[in-house]
Design a protein around this ligand. Structure first.
Ligand code: ATP
Ligand code: MG
Length: 201
């Protein structure tokens, strides 16, 4: 089995996440993609993150029309900070050690990978698929140098559709009362409006 992991705050989930996951699934012939909303991302401690029940609900709504997409609340159920290393260890326990895990990571996040908790151990345990993100140009050789030649074989680069969408922009649009149509699945848009998320006017 080859499983893709799409981790994120998903505050809210948008077509950038979904299109990237689908492209990676095809290119790497993955058996499924597991979307894992993060509980308390260590790098986003400064910002207020929307209640996890809403982020989970939106992730489920956004992925339900793709039979290869699954959602896991494992990070939400865990106490303490969300470390990807713990998640990968847990997934290896669930799926067996022969299952290959491919963590999908945007170019913006790859630039910080060396700062992640136990980054070198993490890169040995699973694959990283670094996807392109608009406006982000990262020095891949710097990443290779940090992790060394052998470990970098677990870091793959792939070109994915670059949709200029970010959760930050979406939250701002909603705050300003602007449309988010065609940037998120309809069910997600409806959910946001119904629950009055991001609308602190
Ligand atoms: P925020 O603006 O709040 O940081 P975000 O849009 O970056 O939100 P995250 O939940 O932080 O979304 O991202 C989760 C993962 O999805 C990261 O690896 C990120 O690089 C990737 N990602 C986010 N948006 C896109 C996009 N438009 N295209 C490709 N990858 C994306
Ligand atoms: Mg981000």
């Amino acid at each position: 089995m080859k499983i893709g992991i799409m981790g994120g705050t998903f505050d809210p989930i948008h077509f950038g996440h979904l299109a990237t996951a689908e492209a990676v699934r095809e290119i790497f012939t993955l058996d499924e993609i597991l979307f894992i909303p993060a509980a308390r991302p260590p790098h986003k401690l400064g910002r207020k993150v929307t209640d996890e029940k809403h982020r989970l609900a939106m992730t489920i709504l956004a992925t339900r029309s793709n039979k290869f997409f699954k959602v896991s609340d494992m990070e939400l159920k865990r106490t303490g900070l969300s470390y990807t290393l713990d998640t990968m260890t847990e997934l290896h326990k669930i799926f067996g050690s022969t299952t290959e895990l491919f963590f999908i990571i945007g170019a913006d996040s790859l630039a910080d990978l060396s700062k992640w908790y136990e980054a070198k151990t993490l890169v040995e345990k699973c694959h990283f698929i670094a996807t392109t993100r608009q406006g982000v140009d990262i020095d891949f050789s710097e990443v290779r140098n940090y992790f060394g030649a052998a470990a970098s074989e677990h870091i793959h680069r792939v070109t994915t559709p670059e949709l200029e969408i970010s959760s930050t922009d979406l939250r701002e649009k909603i705050r300003l009362g602007r449309s988010i149509k065609y940037l998120v699945p309809e069910a997600v848009e409806e959910y946001i409006l119904r629950e009055r998320l991001y609308d602190d006017r």
